[in-house]
Design a protein around this ligand. Structure first.
Ligand code: ARG
Length: 608
């Protein structure tokens, strides 16, 4: 089904072309005030403000009249509305098209169409909203990407949650999605780490520990403390990294151990969050995978004359010093994070196709770095504009003192999740343990997804677990409410039973909204409002995906939930003469909330 919005856009475009000769892609907005219709276009105003359309000063009067048949935006808007009315009369999708001052065109969907849509929701079920429209688009989305032997930070948590939601949305829009995890498992720090394990560590203890990463981190910190007293240790670190690079057996074994120990913890987190990756058998291609692929990149950079030597190191300088130079090889010959990123992208372009879109979900603090990387990739002729995307997220700040007293953003995620589950348990009145888990995880995810990702988050349990405001539990609670109504009715709401309603005329599907029809069965404003909101879901999924912005979907779902709760407060469902219609409406709202939450990676328990 082609979304109605696209149809209207196409029609406006065609009509405007006929009337003015101009090809402009109109922007359709949702009026803030529902009384102004479902969609609104400012195309007439836009055309009048574009210089092309305005008659030139030196034109004769006759010419002026000729070139602008319409003297005001309002005249043009009226003409557009008239043309629409004529052609629309046969489809009945639109109830009304009107021009309003100073030159907007507003579109009102017909109730018949809105009712059709409910049927579609009930028929398509979990598929409703997934349009599969962009079958030729491919994307590698890389998210999470924690570092081996370092804690999984809240930054990694944000990346994991946002990246997964974007991947889900793009999949719903029909993109081919490759989910990757760029583990930080390579670099000179492993020389120090291995030296520290060998010198002060105990492998058995680490293996047995519940929190091996913490032990590794303590060892790493110790290395730096000791190195301050004895600078010769730095050389030791370099020596051990060299051994690692040269494939020394014992060094490789310990390095592999570090990965194993860390993944044990990371996997626990992924399991809890319900996160998975598709690449490299689900492990993702970590930095170490590119160890033998950096040589080729360095050659390519050399050949294209992009590497310049400076104090023994090799860097890329940017034309007109657009960005500070980026180091590719250190003076001791070692490669860097950047070298591996270039090798990674080259590998992706080869593997998935040169037109693949590549998204890195990484903290905002790496913004300059990614600009530098993208620019090099453009200089190398690898990618086109818009093909490389850094989806940035802001930082967490902690309101909770317990957490803010910790240094930096080193909080142990397990603790946060445990705490969330504990608190959710109280919320969901001690129901099944799984429900508390779903509520806790859902709350943390929603808290992250509900705002534009660049924004910082002030971590506040009261906000996160709010049952009445813009929070995960509120959405889940609203869903559970729809399900409890359906269960109480103990009927299976079928799209067909709904058709039957229309035939028997209990509903007045074609009754013009706004007009005073002498019929007490006319729909309530809260019902119409819900119908109109439901209609928008596929469009929102589409927009949230194409803009890589899950928060658009959150805004929508929160609004829908509020509308439903208002309807629920004001009207009886089970004891109403419109019971069947209201049940169908309730079922459709539940379905859409569930589908939306699913795309955000949030579960929708039936009961709370
Ligand atoms: N491991 C890095 C960190 O924790 C993030 C990696 C981001 N991805 C990338 N391709 N550079 O900061």
């Amino acid at each position: 089904m082609i979304p109605i919005k696209d149809l209207i856009v196409k029609d406006i475009q065609r009509i405007v072309k006929e009337l003015t000769g101009q090809s402009i892609i109109p922007i359709l907005e949702h009026p803030k005030d529902e009384r102004h219709g479902d969609y609104s276009s400012n195309i007439a105003l836009a055309i009048f403000s574009s210089s092309k359309f305005r008659p030139k000063a030196d034109q004769s009067l006759a010419d002026k009249v000729q070139s602008s048949k319409f003297r005001t935006p309002m005249e043009l808007a009226e003409e557009i509305a008239t043309k629409f009315k004529i052609q629309n009369s046969k489809f009945k999708i639109l109830e009304k098209v009107e021009a309003v001052k100073p030159g907007f065109v507003n579109f009102y969907l017909s109730e018949k169409y809105l009712l059709e849509n409910i049927k579609t929701v009930l028929e398509e079920k979990e598929k409703f909203g997934s349009k599969r429209q962009d079958p030729n688009k491919k994307v590698v989305i890389e998210y999470s990407s924690p570092n081996i032997a370092k804690p999984f930070t809240v930054g990694h948590l944000r990346s994991t949650i946002i990246g997964d939601a974007i991947a889900n949305l793009l999949e719903a829009n029909g993109w081919k999605v490759y989910r990757d995890n760029h583990l930080g498992d390579w670099g000179t720090q492993f020389g120090k780490q291995i030296y520290a394990i060998k010198t002060w560590g105990n492998e058995d203890e680490i293996t047995k520990s519940e929190n091996p990463v913490k032990m590794l981190m303590d060892l790493y910190v110790r290395f730096h403390q000791e190195a301050e007293k004895d600078p010769a240790l730095e050389e030791e670190g370099r020596r051990w990294f060299k051994k690692l690079e040269d494939g020394d057996k014992e060094t490789r074994r310990l390095w592999n151990k570090c990965i194993e120990w860390s993944l044990k913890e990371f996997r626990k987190i992924y399991d809890r969050l319900g996160i998975s990756f598709t690449e490299n058998n689900g492990a993702g291609y970590g930095e170490s995978f590119f160890e033998d692929k950096m040589g080729g990149i360095i050659n390519e950079l050399e050949k294209k004359g992009l590497l310049k030597e400076s104090e023994g190191a090799k860097l890329v300088f940017y034309p007109k010093n657009k960005y500070p130079p980026l180091m590719i090889i250190k003076k001791d010959g070692a490669t860097l994070y950047a070298t591996r990123d270039l090798a990674t992208d080259k590998f992706r372009l080869n593997k998935y196709g040169k037109d693949v879109v590549i998204i890195n979900e990484v903290g905002i603090e790496q913004s300059l770095y990614f600009k530098q990387i993208f620019e090099i990739e453009k200089m190398l002729g690898w990618v086109k504009d818009g093909q490389r995307i850094h989806k940035r997220h802001g930082h967490y700040r902690f309101k909770d003192e317990k957490m803010s007293t910790r240094k930096g953003n080193v909080i142990w995620l397990e603790e946060v999740l445990e705490e969330a589950i504990g608190r959710a348990n109280k919320l969901s009145s001690g129901k099944a343990e799984n429900t508390a888990k779903d509520v806790a995880i859902g709350a943390i995810k929603w808290n992250d997804l509900k705002r534009t990702s660049e924004q910082d988050i002030v971590f506040d349990w009261d906000e996160i677990l709010n049952m009445e405001g813009n929070a995960g539990p509120y959405l889940q609670y609203t869903f559970a409410r729809t399900q409890s109504v359906i269960h109480k009715a103990s009927i299976n709401v079928m799209p067909n039973s709904f058709q039957h309603l229309e035939r028997t005329g209990i509903l007045k599907p074609a009754s013009p909204r706004g007009e005073q029809v002498q019929d007490d069965k006319m729909m309530e404003p809260e019902e119409v409002s819900l119908l109109r909101a439901l209609q928008r879901f596929p469009e929102i999924v589409w927009e949230a995906g194409e803009n890589f912005s899950p928060n658009l979907l959150c805004n929508y779902l929160f609004d829908l939930a509020q509308k439903f709760n208002l309807f629920y407060q004001k009207h009886k469902i089970l004891e109403s003469e419109n019971r069947d219609f209201r049940l169908a409406l309730t079922q459709a709202v539940g379905q859409v909330i569930k589908n939306g939450l699913y795309l955000l990676g949030i579960k929708a328990p039936e009961r709370m």
